[in-house]
Ligand binder design. Structure first.
Ligand SMILES: Nc1ncnc2c1ncn2[C@@H]1O[C@H](COP(=O)(O)OP(=O)(O)OP(=O)(O)O)[C@@H](O)[C@H]1O
Ligand SMILES: [Mg+2]
Length: 728
């Protein structure tokens, strides 16, 4: 059963789904909801505002605005307008003129004064408000009449009873949540939870100076981040240690009783198939345990310094996430942050900001923009090459005269698993081959130590010009070995530069170059490429990117401390949430809607007859946002619905689809339900159960996380969004 009735979904050549409901059945006997019409109607059916929906008897005078030209499919189709009822509160005129997401439908049309162009251009896409302007007395009267006349089946509905049951006292209506005030936090702490290394930085909002966290337990190396590693006893779910200490514990003989969880961040990426974690814990638990340890350490360090004057409750958190993560994965991060005690469940949503990693890096590089003299309209690419993934995205500098500088996302960020750990994997294969005949004699901890030598000493120094000399560690038992066949002399292994390139670096670097190439193709023009992330500091990678792209972009640069670009940038994001004001949607977002049935096109199995007698097609994917669409961060995509579920709230599913082609049905391959938005129902004085309630569902896709709010009776309520997650 569709949970949404959507009033308009007309694209050129398609129908406007003016007026439909979800209660309709075809054939009636088979698809009629058994509860319908017997006093226990489905409490969560939503109906469109448009005329013609709902019970036929209820169509007048408030029964869906009969006769309104705006709801007449032929009139709308004839207008050649893409009126799929999106109300972009910030109108970006030109970009909505094409494609299925053509914005809003002019209210005037409903009064017979169609003036689309002008209204559209002016950004006054105010279709709903004009119909349902709460201040319009006439309209309110209509609604009132509607409310009263829409209590269908009232004869069977006992007053004061739940619409969903035939007996028992009326339930207390769901408490509507008033929008929470934004919290005010004097300290910003950013956490870059990486696949291989995690970093923390913080700042006081008062001075904006960013401090890196560099004191980590058992920290030996120069690298300013701490390893994303957790130590557990085998078959135990209690974390014993983390970071460097976890790594060192595995070098001890007792290591056989332990397991070291590594790269568990990748478990949150649905596109990568990962074996379950060794000790059987969920990805959510693994992330939660690690964050709790990391955060506990950082707090204890901060409390030794000047931050001790602040309570942890005064901290705001910015957590970075890969650009390619799904909404479910991002939601898992939010839940992990709650589980780890960074924030509490009931905190204002802005206490934790999730920010995409390349976006955070862009905020960092943006500080260098003046230095590189990028001007209004110039574009630059961020290539965040980390341990696991390489993420790319292109931003445009927007600095109209007299206005503050902003960054606009201009490409759909893209990434792939071709980070620095793939160099390690290639090197390990090369070493396995070289040490084949000695391999059985080398203990696990000796081999781990050999690999550490590569990761910590050899890899960062590789410049693509000199042969590599690698000191074989004592722990291998081969420290004095000579074997000219494999290039080993007095315990020092020599690998030629050609071999290093061909076997270790080039297979990974060619993937990175390919990603850059694709982003450049998407962006058309681009003035600079900034390499960030640990792998971004590789001199050989920098050189290769220069070779291939400097003639196209002019500037290839690695900012200072590239490995800290993401975490420092995330602090800047917390300090100034307004720098990035435009993002690009990565996938189709839509809801489930009933639309006019297209004979010969829609499958018969989806045919239903709605209560207004119209033949409809159920389970149509009604688009909110399409991939590649630019959306302002504060931009609201709004649709309006009617429900008779009062006094119950609504649960409305949100669907996504990654395919490049627009999905037609929510049952199409690749369409996934990602979330249920719970829309609470406020108490409406004097309203009867099943009163017809109009609500507007506003969605914000320009934030890193999808947010929704419902506007009911002129009041705004935040909706509670629950994401399904395979990793929970
Ligand atoms: N100079 C270098 N050359 C190549 N690799 C390097 C260099 N310096 C550090 N690395 C590698 O970079 C990785 C760490 O980078 P970073 O801290 O950006 O990754 P991460 O944030 O853990 O990963 P991700 O962003 O994919 O989640 C490690 O694999 C490290 O070995
Ligand atoms: Mg990273």
């Amino acid at each position: 059963m569709s949970q949404y009735g959507q009033q308009q979904q007309g694209y050129p050549g398609q129908y406007n789904n003016a007026g439909y409901d979800n209660s309709g059945t075809y054939p009636p006997q088979q698809q009629q909801d058994p509860n319908y019409g017997n006093g226990s109607a489905p409490p969560y059916s939503a109906y469109p505002v448009a005329g013609g929906m709902g019970q036929p008897n209820n169509s007048s005078p408030g029964g869906g605005y009969p006769g309104s030209p705006g709801f007449n499919p032929s009139a709308v189709n004839g207008s050649n307008y893409n009126n799929n009822n999106l109300n972009h509160s910030n109108s970006h005129n030109s970009q909505y003129n094409n494609g299925p997401m053509n914005g809003g439908y002019d209210a005037n049309n409903n009064n017979g004064n169609a003036n689309y162009g002008q209204q559209y251009q002016s950004g006054a896409l105010n279709y709903q408000q004009s119909i349902y302007n709460p201040s319009s007395h006439h309209q309110q009267q209509q609604n009132q009449n509607q409310s009263q006349s829409q209590n269908y089946n009232q004869s069977q509905q006992q007053p004061g009873m739940s619409p969903g049951t035939n007996n028992g006292p009326a339930p207390v209506p769901n408490r509507a949540q008033a929008p929470q005030p934004e919290g005010d936090y004097p300290v910003v702490m950013a956490i870059d939870f990486g696949t291989t290394f995690s970093g923390v930085a913080y700042a006081l909002k008062a001075d904006g100076e960013v401090h890196d966290m560099t004191k980590w337990p058992r920290h030996l190396a120069q690298y300013p981040k701490t390893p994303t590693l957790s130590l557990y006893k085998k078959d135990s779910q209690k974390i014993l240690d983390w970071g460097h200490a976890a790594r060192l514990a595995m070098l001890k003989p007792s290591a056989k009783d332990f397991c070291l969880l590594r790269k568990f961040k990748l478990q949150l990426d649905e596109s990568i198939h990962q074996a379950p974690l060794e000790n059987g814990i969920s990805a959510l638990d693994a992330v939660t345990h690690y964050l709790k340890k990391l955060h506990g350490h950082v707090l204890s360090e901060l409390m030794k310094g000047f931050i001790k004057n602040y309570e942890p409750s005064q901290f705001q958190y910015c957590l970075t996430v890969p650009a390619m993560w799904s909404d479910a994965a991002k939601n898992t991060m939010r839940r992990a942050a709650i589980g780890a005690g960074l924030i509490q469940e009931g905190d204002p949503p802005n206490r934790l900001i999730l920010i995409s990693e390349p976006e955070a890096a862009a905020m960092y590089c943006e500080r260098m923009v003046d230095r590189f003299s990028l001007k209004h309209g110039d574009r630059f690419m961020i290539c965040d090459a980390g341990g696991g993934t390489v993420d790319l995205i292109v931003f445009e500098v927007s600095e109209p005269p007299g206005q503050a500088r902003h960054l606009k996302e201009v490409t759909r960020g893209h990434g792939a698993s071709c980070g620095s750990v793939f160099l390690d994997a290639n090197m390990e294969r090369l070493l396995e081959r070289k040490f084949k005949r000695y391999r059985r004699g080398i203990k696990a901890c000796g081999w781990a130590s050999l690999m550490d030598t590569f990761v910590d000493m050899v890899k960062p120094m590789f410049n693509g010009q000199e042969d590599v000399l690698m000191q074989i560690p004592q722990a291998t038992g081969l420290e004095d070995l000579n074997d000219s066949e494999i290039g080993l002399e007095d315990g020092v292994l020599c690998v030629s530069v050609e071999e290093m390139k061909a076997e270790v670096f080039e297979p990974v670097i060619s993937d990175v170059l390919d990603l850059i190439h694709k982003q450049l193709h998407q962006s058309q023009n681009c003035s600079a490429i900034f390499l960030v992330g640990g792998f971004g500091s590789s001199r050989y990678l920098e050189e290769r990117v220069r070779q291939d792209f400097s003639h196209l972009v002019g500037l290839v640069a690695v900012p200072q401390r590239p490995e800290l670009a993401v975490v420092r940038g995330a602090v800047y994001a917390g300090l100034n949430t307004k720098t990035i004001n435009m993002r690009v949607a990565r996938r189709w977002y839509g809801v489930d809607a009933n639309m006019p049935f297209e004979e010969g096109v829609d499958p018969e199995s989806k045919k239903i007859i709605s209560h207004d007698g119209h033949i409809r097609c159920k389970e149509r994917f009604s688009v909110y946002v399409r991939p590649g669409q630019q959306i302002g961060v504060d931009e609201c995509v709004s649709k309006e619905y009617v429900t008779w579920s009062y006094p119950k709230g609504l649960d409305s599913p949100l669907y996504v689809c990654n395919s490049p082609n627009q999905p037609k049905y929510i049952t199409d391959p690749g369409v996934q339900k990602i979330a249920d938005f719970h829309i609470p129902m406020p108490e409406i004085p004097g309203a009867q159960p099943r009163t017809r309630v109009v609500f507007k569902l506003n969605m914000y896709f320009g934030l890193t996380e999808v947010r929704a709010e419902a506007v009911i009776n002129g009041n705004t309520y935040t909706t509670i969004c629950s994401f399904g997650s395979r990793s929970s």
